[in-house]
Design a protein around this ligand. Sequence first.
Ligand code: DMJ
Length: 650
Amino acid sequence: NRLHDKESSGNLFPQLSQGCVFQPRISTFYTCYKTHRKASQHSVTTISMVFRKLPGVSASGMGLRLSQKFVFLLFLSGLVTLCFGALFFLPDSVRLKRIFLSKTESQPPSITNEAKADEKVVGGEALEDLTMSRSKTESSSKDEKVTSSSNQRANTDTSFDYNKFKKCLLKPPLGIEHGKSSHPQTLHRRDKVKEMMKFAWDNYKSFAWGKNELRPLTKNGHIGNMFGGLRGASIVDSLDTLYIMGLIDEYNDAKEWVETSLDLNSNGEASLFEVNIRYVGGLLSAYYLTGEEMFKRKVLELGEKLLPAFNTPTGIPRGVINLGSGTSWSWGWASAGSSILAEFGTLHLEFVHLSELSNNPIYTEKVMNIRRLLNKIEKPHGLYPNFLSPVSGNWVQHHVSIGGLGDSFYEYLIKSYLMSDKTDEEAKNMYYSALEAIEANLVQKSPGGLTYMAEWRGGILDHKMGHLACFSGGMVGIGADDGAPEKRQHFLDLAAEITHTCHESYTTKLGPEAFRFDGGAEATATRLSDRYYILRPEVIESYMYMWRLTHDPKYREWGWEAVEALEQHCRVEAGFSGIRDVYAQTVSHDNMQQSFFLSETLKYLYLLFSDDDLLPLEDWVFNTEAHPLPVIRKSCLHGEGGTHDKTTSE
Ligand code: DMJ
């Protein structure tokens, strides 16, 4: 420790400091000392003066030799410790790691091989693999401060009254006739979307049953590394879509799989965000729509496993959690061990429902703590940057985006307000202030007259919009009504303009991952690497909301264009696949049927061609993976209430 101390080194090694830079590690210092030993007897004398301070070592030659052995042994043991420690930083797939650290093995070897094979495929997955690299900042559930006063274990009281909940809805969830339109063309289009869902599902079932996603070209399953060893992402993501489409045999198969095969005792490393939006969101929706107690049991069990991610000095969760051990860490690519706004800011809806179902406030406390910190912290120009330190609670970089890394945080502010039956004033205020800052700093008009949301890097605008940012048409739309009265029409116009811009980016009927508005570009991708389309829903999501809000027929027409393009470019023999270049004449498929295609893209299309009484927006709020969650009417749920008309369909 003394050698470590800069001040002592300055006093003790005045001469050595010229030939041998002081090193924090004793081994490095010793090597340096040996090199200089012969050249400088003076230094040796100085060193011996130092070792005289170590117990049992004299300044004599014998003492020096002993000290050399001592230091050498120290060096050796340090080396061994270092090598062993380095094992922790190797990927789980490395054999050495599996041999030495069998407890950290997260997947059986066969799965590891499969995941390895998966790495070769390009597209969205390249990012997925990259995202799983670790950052240096890691926490264990045992050694960091627990920020909640509640019991960390979510002791659950499962006495939630489902029948009462149903009575508190204003309308029947599936409408009078399952949202069936009386307009023949609309009905025909909706049937087509249902057929697409059945096709996507049947192929998943035939070739990838139980795996996370289908690889439609190679006709096999994909596991990936986002879900911590959990399986069946496409099944859990599809439950509600199958149910609302009336694909009841398929829904029953999915339900049976969840009951018998969804194993929550996995010990892998998961994205807290992805597990929350897909698994927690999917199971919650399935429970609320069907009343099956099994879904509630599963989701409460899973929710409890996510709690240790919040054990950080600020209570801001880290991005990755080991579902078995509760250890969490930040993404390797996130600067300085930071957490991502769109990840820790996209938990609110699901966690409030976990508290509702378990009658345990701990989940709400966790997300309210995040809210408190974000509300309090100083915001550059009123904007929320994408990276925040879970240790200091400060912003790490001033990069702001309504697309990737930021997107669903804003979405969850307005949806928290709507889901609270418009009682959560704090969420409302945060949303409208954020929107004001976004309008003042990010919303731009292109030379060609297109409205878009640019990205902001420390005050400098990047004139690009991601496909992900296209959800914002719908978001601004659903928030329009509750804004200041003089701004309502303005918000609706803004929502329509953004949706129009996103439609413009679909020049070939499907749009690229990112498009630009500089160098003469008008909503087009200028880089080859931005031209892929991975079956994302955001543009169609905005069509659906804008249809519900305005009933302008153009939104249904635009939705139909997308259906035709999906059929033409993405449908292959065994499912639907993303494509690598939306501008290419010859289509090249990425061999992935993303689970969000079943949960979001096809669900939003189906709703677009349904009447508004299928999942009415007065009663339901869609999470960011399109899983419908009911509005919580506290006074009704916990009082005498009940407005549901008994004559309605179930
Ligand atoms: C989905 O998993 C969610 O919509 C998420 O919020 C963002 N990206 C994908 C779909 O593009």
